[in-house]
Ligand binder design. Structure first.
Ligand SMILES: N[C@@H](CCC(=O)N[C@@H](CS)C(=O)NCC(=O)O)C(=O)O
Length: 215
């Protein structure tokens, strides 16, 4: 029995990627909530493992060379877990490269831009029409990129479900809050529903929601 991985996280699209991946991989884990609404991400102990003061981060007692290993940045964590288990990332170099492309596309483009769209559509204390329009438009463009990719491929990396899908999916749960009407993007909808139905995806979301502090 391997020792549980500690997941430092919060219930956000980036945070839930990791509990979903751990459920998919059947790795034992414990959730440690870092309450980013209460600035816990700036605690010196957390900064030692996540110097950019962002969730998620993990600590694996059975890490590299059997040593305690910490990892920050959700893309790096997903790659680490996939390589640790030899799952959710193709071994074939061409397929692995495709999966990496879509993984990096998510962390560099989809996440940051949908995050801004969500912020300016929902949370900004004042309405800033220029920002709402700029980020909603960019979010719409990215959903179209996703839909086009999924018209030619079952999953983002290719024929098989992978860490690229786990990275992207949580960001696409609420397109209307990002100023996007995704109803007609039928390839995106097919993929979204297929991923949503996976038991590990349901469990990874549920366990994180259950671990959140009661307000
Ligand atoms: N590129 C990072 C982004 C992580 C991120 O933006 N985390 C947010 C929550 S979704 C956070 O911790 N925000 C707290 C802060 O910015 O102080 C990743 O993919 O892990």
């Amino acid at each position: 029995m391997t020792s549980p991985i500690t997941v430092h996280t919060f219930n956000t699209p980036n945070g839930v990627k990791i509990t979903i991946a751990l459920e998919e991989l059947h790795l034992p884990y414990t959730i440690k909530i870092v309450n980013i609404t209460k600035d816990e991400q700036f605690h010196p102990d957390f900064l030692k493992i996540s110097p950019n003061n962002k969730i998620p981060a993990i600590q694996d007692p059975d890490g590299l060379n059997g040593q305690n290993t910490s990892v920050f940045e959700s893309g790096a964590i997903l790659l680490y877990l996939a390589e640790k288990t030899g799952k959710l990332l193709p071994q074939n170099p061409a397929q692995k490269l495709k999966t990496s492309e879509w993984l990096f596309w998510q962390v560099a483009s989809l996440g940051p831009m949908l995050g801004q769209a969500h912020h300016f559509n929902i949370y900004a204390p004042e309405k800033v029409p220029y920002a709402v329009s700029r980020y909603s438009q960019e979010a719409g463009r990215l959903y179209n990129v996703l839909n086009t990719r999924l018209a030619e491929s079952e999953y983002l990396g290719g024929d098989d479900y992978s860490i690229a899908d786990i990275a992207a999916w949580p960001w696409t749960r609420y397109p209307d809050r990002q100023g996007v009407d995704a109803g007609k993007l039928k390839h995106f909808q097919r993929w979204f529903n297929a991923v949503a139905e996976r038991p590990a995806v349901k469990l990874g979301q549920q366990k994180l929601a259950d671990a959140m502090p009661q307000e």
